[in-house]
Design a protein around this ligand. Structure first.
Ligand code: 3H9
Length: 707
């Protein structure tokens, strides 16, 4: 019989002596206000039923509970709070059992920790991933997890945010039993609850477990804090997690809970929480593209890559790792041997790091087929061209693909800048041609720009998104222009960097300001890592098209002319003695910068880090607004995700467009106008930015996809 519950998201039934509470809040059973209310009421109902001996909490669907409802953060809180619900569960005077299937994350695990007995099904995953959202567990997790698994293990568990499987959770002490039965959560949970009833198992509250032998000393905690501050510089919540764990060791349970509450509120109020949650939703929204509404993906059972250079090999590895059979095509035997060696090198690197075994490499490579014969591409469902970055070379490849590939094959180019409409026009099947812009190293970097030319068919776009999912990439839809979303915006703020360098900021000051903002590396370090020759080639290619009135800084060219291409040549903006990975400032580079300033009669002035970042971000955001207005990016959030996953933008700031909203668009525009007094050609305010400021709007207002 079903019992009334004030919330439709929670139902209760009695099965014999067990009161079964079922959470049903698709898609992931997040703990919305309705679920919290329902759980609270259902526990109270179960507790007072005379013929009920135990309570079982289960969920519908493939997730137990994914945690607090993230969409509610930042809005006024609605009672009952999750800590109150958890405390109510724990206080129940009848044994409460949970049966975990799928993910029990964040508040979902906290609900489980408040129960008295925990059963995990084989596929269960438990985790406290709040740190990834700029948060900490806020419903008792910081006090209960240490009591079950030890303070040190709990601290590491919460700092990593990584979930663990059922068996590991059992070994860690977070769950009491892992069932190997194939029963559904309800049946397995009922069997466990009835067994406990038969044994007369008592109510057993985690809060009452004494922290008699804290498994972490205070000095270890402070070491962990220092280590954490180093690993996640500038992040707010990791240190709060450690403060709460310390309280679990030092304070009575209730005082620990109150401290956790205070610290959690601090995290909720931090701009980092807002930035990280924006990133969480944005990276899911990017797959919602207009083409997905009406088209189904084409089947892709085999893939081919043309070109065995670093990029082609990386793409081949990404496809092999996604389980696809891959053909690699090169123009001759020597080039093919290099391509095969490039693929093997990636796997050997993984073997050296202990990530995979020789046997895994051998098994994977059975799906890899090197070839020099275009006819071997005849059966491929999807071909990715990754040859030399030259329009005529690429057009020739596509003409050949047109004549060799089967009808309906998707023909993709990995170009980073070139006109994909022109490449498509070289074939008789432009509807099948698309851009798949991978980032180097292609088997590691998550970003995939899916570049949509004018004549491509929607099902090809959807196929590309499906492929991205199989390859575990984060896809962003981009339009055709020089550089698409990422490299077009990059070109703009790199120019701002060049101007600052010539006007007085050293490469090292610029890098240091950018790192302090939260990037792992500064722009000059990135150039050194990627190879200065790449940008140099692009600059030479674009030289003819450059506006003669535009300011052009030659410092990077002077460095490249000396053969200093960065890490691979031992020096670039920095010195890398004996193959060092971290560079040292180079006085000769500073002398080159000085010479260039003198040559142009520029008297250097000083740039405080704050000004460096204002210029850097103003250039990025201004070009971002132009990219949006041109329809190259669908929404501001697509630009955010591009920069988070392809360019090292600090995730806790949510992405450049989100950052602009937090600074205030009128402030960004005021900066651009002020900078325009020095260089009106470069600092032309984006009309979209001006319009948003005039309307009092922000970029977030453009994040909804219009149908
Ligand atoms: C917390 O719990 C704080 C507490 O300690 C204290 C509180 C006081 N809320 O990822 P998917 C949406 S903080 C709202 O594509 P999957 C998601 O946006 C929370 N919505 O599925 C998407 O929506 P749409 C700690 C959520 O199968 C849809 O559900 N918990 C939430 O690949 C499907 O999601 C976490 O950080 C949520 N909590 O992966 C866990 N979660 O369809 C976050 C998801 O409109 N969640 N949505 O695009 C996850 O890691 C994954 O969603 C999960 C499923 C592994 C569960």
């Amino acid at each position: 019989m079903e019992h009334d519950n004030p919330s439709p998201a929670v139902t209760s039934h009695r099965y014999g002596r067990v009161w079964v509470i079922t959470v049903n809040n698709p898609p992931v059973n997040a703990l919305s206000a309705a679920v919290r209310l329902g759980l609270f009421a259902a526990i109270e109902q179960g507790e007072v039923q005379p013929d009920v001996g135990a309570v079982l909490i289960v969920s519908e669907g493939k997730t137990f509970i994914a945690g607090a409802d993230i969409r509610e953060f930042g809005k006024p809180p609605v009672p009952p709070s999750l800590p109150d619900v958890c405390n109510r569960i724990e206080a129940c005077t009848k044994p409460v059992v949970v049966a975990l299937q799928g993910a029990a994350l964040g508040g979902g695990l906290e609900v489980a920790l408040s129960a008295h007995y925990r059963l995990a099904l084989p596929g269960a995953k438990v985790g406290l991933p709040e740190v990834d959202l700029g948060l900490m567990p806020g419903a008792g997790g910081t006090q209960r997890a240490p009591r079950l698994m030890g303070a040190k293990a709990a601290a590491e568990f919460m700092l990593s945010g990584k979930p663990m499987g059922a068996q590991a959770a059992f070994e860690a002490g977070l769950v009491d039993r892992v069932t190997d039965s194939r029963l559904a959560a309800l049946d397995a949970g009922l069997a466990y609850a009835n067994e406990l009833l038969a044994q007369g198992a008592p109510v057993r509250r985690v809060r009452n477990i004494a922290m008699t032998k804290p498994e972490i000393s205070l000095s270890e905690l402070s070491d962990l804090a220092q280590d954490t501050a180093k690993k996640s510089p500038g992040l707010y919540s990791p240190l709060k997690i450690l403060e709460a764990v310390r309280a679990s060791v030092e304070l009575p349970f209730d005082e620990g809970l109150s401290l956790e509450r205070r610290l959690f509120r601090g995290c909720i109020d931090s701009p980092q929480r807002a930035g990280l949650i924006h990133a969480f939703f944005a990276e899911r929204e990017v797959s919602k593209v207009p083409e997905a509404r009406g088209a189904a993906p084409r089947a892709v059972a085999s893939l081919a890559v043309i070109g065995g250079g670093t990029m082609g090999a990386g793409i081949a590895v990404a496809a092999l790792d996604a389980g696809l059979p891959v053909t690699m095509l090169e123009r001759d035997g020597d080039s093919l041997a290099r391509g095969v060696a490039n693929v093997a090198k990636v796997y050997d690197g993984l073997i050296a790091k202990g990530r995979i075994t020789e046997a895994h490499k051998a098994a994977t490579l059975t799906r890899f087929r090197p070839s020099t014969d275009f006819a071997d591409l005849a059966a491929a469902d999807l071909v990715i061209e990754a040859v030399f970055e030259d329009l005529e070379v690429k057009k020739a490849v596509f003409r050949q693909l047109d004549s060799e590939c089967k009808a309906g094959a998707v023909l993709a180019t990995n170009t980073s800048y070139l006109d994909i409409d022109a490449i498509a026009a070289a074939t008789r099947r432009p509807q099948d041609v698309i851009g798949l812009h991978f980032f180097s190293p292609a088997n590691i970097m998550k970003l995939l720009e899916i570049v949509v030319p004018a004549r491509v068919s929607p099902d090809v776009v959807v196929t590309a998104f499906e492929l991205a999912k199989r390859m575990k990439k984060v896809p962003v839809r981009a339009g055709v222009c020089d550089g698409f979303i990422g490299n077009r915006i990059l070109a703009s703020y790199k120019q701002a960097v060049d101007y600052m360098m010539e006007d007085g900021a050293s490469p090292y000051e610029i890098d240091s300001a950018v790192r302090a903002f939260g990037y792992p590396m500064g722009p000059c370090q990135v150039t050194d890592l990627a190879g200065g020759d790449i940008g140099w080639a692009t600059r030479k290619r674009r030289a003819a098209a450059r506006d003669p009135k535009a300011r052009y800084v030659e410092i990077a060219d002077r460095i490249c002319e000396r053969g200093w291409f960065g890490q691979k040549t031992g020096r670039g903006f920095y010195l890398y003695p004996q193959g060092a990975r971290t560079g040292q400032p180079d006085p000769e580079v500073l002398a080159i910068v000085d010479d260039e300033r003198n040559r142009k009669g520029i008297t250097p002035r000083s740039f405080p880090p704050e000004e460096i970042m204002r210029r850097y971000m103003a250039a990025m955001v201004n070009e971002g607004a132009k990219v949006l207005a041109d329809g190259i990016a669908l929404r501001p959030l697509d630009i955010d995700v591009t920069f988070l996953y392809g360019y090292g933008f600090p995730r806790f700031r949510g992405g450049p467009m989100r950052y602009a909203d937090t600074v205030g668009l009128s402030n960004i525009l005021a900066d651009i106008r002020a900078f325009a007094e020095e260089d009106p050609l470069f600092w032309q305010p984006a009309p979209l930015l001006e319009a948003l400021v005039a309307e009092g709007q922000d970029f977030a207002s453009l994040n909804q996809l219009r149908s």
